[in-house]
Design a protein around this ligand. Structure first.
Ligand SMILES: Nc1ncnc2c1ncn2[C@@H]1O[C@H](COP(=O)(O)OP(=O)(O)OP(=O)(O)O)[C@@H](O)[C@H]1O
Length: 344
């Protein structure tokens, strides 16, 4: 990774050549018989204060990318450089748990499922205050005050501190998770399918809350989701993943207007369009078959068996990531194809 360029001033997180290969073990002796290339050579930056959307079908490697960034996993290869609160850059890749501890307060995760991610035996005081207790800088009274303040920030009543999570709805539980994530003043929050378990209006309220908090505290977000409609609403830029690789990366509005990768086109064609003026005539691409198995990917471009535009070149040669009109695209035919977006 010696050829990496310095992290630009406006970038909070710089991911380069990231790889995670999980071993496949077999039999009584658990001999390794293969590997799952869950994340394979992924490179992207997230700018300070922006919302970056990571999209793709289930199994494309999105959650693994988030777990690598938050160093819940070790890296197989690559680099993750993070701008700290004091503006210094830290390489997270090789750090051990002790070295990671001071950085953990600056990076947080909000989980998908508001029902299973909160310990039902803990009161909100303990749930939200736990990171503060572990940090050990505040007294008991100060922690209580801070938890009440955090409850207020996420639109919950401060007097709820002594209640248990079961007293709350799914949407409120997610707010409890957000309050907990905010406890240590992070600069970066990764939200894995943050709102998918909720009904649409509750989800929208929580998205609005996250946007308000972003503005208030200058937070940087990475949203991981299948929901392209949501991504269009909240993300400044998006990365589209397919079988462990980033296949398209760029400005959200531009990608929605005119995708350059056939996989992005197919994902966009499935986005419901409530506004009839934006609906293009009859073009809905039904993706054939399933997402490829990262333990046994097809030769050439992993998308080729499902791609309506695939040629012999696509079946034999892995396309390189190329820069085309300010966007990163991994498709041999990106320039020639005239793909359809979702219109103005
Ligand atoms: N701990 C693991 N051991 C082995 N394989 C794994 C492990 N975690 C993930 N994988 C495999 O890696 C690939 C990518 O998984 P990942 O969960 O990152 O995808 P995803 O895009 O986040 O999907 P989802 O939206 O369903 O969470 C999948 O094929 C998955 O089976």
């Amino acid at each position: 990774m010696s050829d990496m360029t310095p992290v630009p001033d406006d970038v909070l997180l710089s991911v380069n050549g990231l790889k995670k290969y999980f071993p496949i073990n077999h039999g009584w002796l658990q001999r390794q018989v293969g590997e799952v290339k869950a994340v394979d050579d992924v490179t992207f930056d997230i700018k300070k204060g922006e919302t970056f959307g990571l999209v793709g079908e289930s199994g494309s490697g999105k959650s693994t990318v988030a777990r690598l960034i938050l160093r819940a996993y070790t890296l197989t290869d690559g680099s993750i450089r993070f701008r700290r609160a004091d503006d210094s850059i830290t390489e997270l890749g090789g750090l051990d748990e002790k070295q990671l501890r001071p950085i953990r307060s600056e990076m947080q995760m909000i989980f998908q499922d508001p029902y299973s991610s909160l310990d039902p035996r803990m009161r909100l005081l303990d749930l939200i205050g736990e990171p503060l207790v572990i940090q050990g800088k505040l007294t008991k009274d100060e922690i209580r005050d801070r938890v009440q303040e955090l409850l207020g920030l996420v639109g919950l009543r401060p007097e709820y501190v002594m209640r248990y999570p079961h007293a709350f709805s799914g949407g409120q539980r997610q707010r409890i998770g957000i309050a907990r994530a905010l406890a240590l003043n992070p600069s970066f929050i990764a939200a894995d399918e943050a709102v998918s378990a909720l009904d649409v209006s509750v989800a929208a309220q929580n998205i609005n809350l996250l946007q308000d908090l972003q503005e208030k505290f200058g937070l940087t977000y990475m949203f991981i989701t299948h929901d392209l409609g949501m991504v269009e609403h909240i993300s400044d830029r998006i990365g589209v993943m397919y079988v462990g690789r980033m296949v398209e990366l760029g400005d959200t509005a531009e990608i929605f207007r005119k995708p350059l990768h056939p996989y992005t086109e197919a994902l966009l064609s499935a986005v419901p369009q409530p506004d009839p003026r934006r609906r293009k005539e009859g073009k809905r691409i039904i993706l054939k078959g399933e997402i490829a198995d990262p333990a046994n990917p097809p030769s050439g471009c992993a998308f080729n068996p499902r791609c309506p535009y695939a040629t012999d070149l696509c079946r034999t040669t892995i396309p390189a990531l190329r820069e085309i009109s300010g966007r990163q695209v991994r498709c041999h035919h990106a320039e020639e194809l005239d793909l359809t977006g979702v219109g103005e």
